[in-house]
Each structure stands twice: as structure tokens, then as C-alpha cells.
Design a protein. Structure first.
Length: 202
């Protein structure tokens, strides 16, 4: 797992956006990633200067501890921020544990500065399964291959210890990555399960 300052992350392209986060293509030095940047997350609400990534993570844990001890008196805004931070940390930890499978999007770490946090993921250059279905006619063989790969991803997620429930499996969260060309000269790709923002470990 790598930890970067957000200033070292060069964002190049918006890949998608949702209620709580946006995903961008980015680069860190010579490596290309996708970064999931969360909206309105203040990692250092008690800080006046930027903090290093590992210090930001420590600050997040301190805030979560503070939530437990002052839950009754915490205001609604702080509670919302704490819940979001808890979800971010949970996603990072779950993704890091599941990344051993070639059919699950790899989590490479995180990037942060005060007031901003993002999670670095493997960049899948062929977009989502949703886009592929809309933009091209897939052969039956390719559909079956993707289905088998997604099934392998789900089996891996469910067989880890502790077991994990993804909670939001849909074509938007199935990402495709180029694997070169087949023996027939056709560009091939692999399906990977991503976006563990709704996942829970049992």
C-alpha cells in the first residue's frame, strides 16, 4: 500500500461521478491509477496546515475514537463527516484485503491532504461493463467469459476471512481492462469487480 500527498497526484480525466465521490484517471510519477476522490471530507478539521498521508489516516482514527466517546454531544455535521470517514477507511481496508484476486480491482493505497482524501485503484482502461454493452455488440463467448470472471470475483469476495458482501453488484461496478490481443488478433479484456463503497465484512 502506498500513501501519497494529493499534490503529487496529477488528475488527467474524469471517469465518473456519484453522490459521495468522483473517479478520475490520474498519474503519480510514471504510474497510472484511477483515484476515487470523496466529496466534502475534512481529514484535518482540527489542523491549520497540511498533513502527511499517514498522519491524515491517524487523524481519521482519532476522530472515530472521538465519535465513540462524544457521540451524545457531537453535532450533526461532525457526525456526518465521521460516518463518511468510517466508510472511506472501511473501503480501503476491505479493498486491500481482497486485491489478491485478478478479478477484483486492486487498491494501491491512498492520497490525502487536509480537507481532501482519495483512494488509488488499478486503472481499467476499457471502462465499465455498462458502457461496453451500450457501445458494442458482444459475442456470446465474450459475455460468457465476463460472467465467469465476475462469478470468480464474487467467490473470492465471499471466501475471504472474514467474508465480505459487496452490496452493490451491477454493470456500472464491473470494470474492463485490456489484456492484449487474442490468437485471432482481436483485442481482449478482463472483467473486474470494483467499487466496494457499500461492502460489509461479516
Amino acid at each position: 500500500m502506498r500513501w501519497e500527498l494529493m499534490e503529487n497526484v496529477r488528475v488527467t480525466e474524469l471517469l465518473g461521478s456519484g453522490t459521495f465521490a468522483a473517479v478520475y484517471k490520474c498519474s503519480v510519477q510514471t504510474s497510472v491509477f484511477a483515484i476515487k476522490k470523496f466529496h466534502d471530507v475534512d481529514l484535518a478539521s482540527r489542523q491549520q496546515t497540511a498533513v502527511a498521508p499517514n498522519e491524515a489516516l491517524q487523524a481519521a482514527f482519532e476522530l472515530l475514537i472521538e465519535q465513540d466517546s462524544h457521540a451524545v454531544t457531537a453535532d450533526a455535521g461532525r457526525m456526518l463527516a465521521l460516518r463518511r470517514m468510517h466508510n472511506i477507511l472501511s473501503e480501503v481496508l476491505i479493498c486491500a484485503r481482497l486485491s489478491a484476486s485478478p478479478y477484483v480491482v486492486t487498491c494501491h493505497g491512498a492520497a490525502s491532504d487536509w480537507g481532501e482524501v482519495g483512494v488509488l485503484f488499478e486503472y481499467c482502461n476499457k471502462g465499465t461493463l455498462t458502457s461496453a454493452i451500450k457501445e458494442q455488440d458482444m459475442t456470446v463467448a465474450r459475455r460468457l467469459r465476463y460472467a465467469v470472471q465476475i462469478a470468480k470475483a464474487i467467490r473470492h469476495v465471499h471466501s475471504t476471512e472474514p467474508a465480505t458482501i459487496h452490496g452493490d453488484i451491477k454493470s456500472d461496478n464491473i470494470l474492463l481492462k485490456s489484456t492484449g490481443r487474442s490468437s485471432a488478433g482481436v483485442e481482449d479484456s478482463r472483467a473486474l469487480l470494483g467499487d466496494f463503497g457499500e461492502a460489509i465484512s461479516t
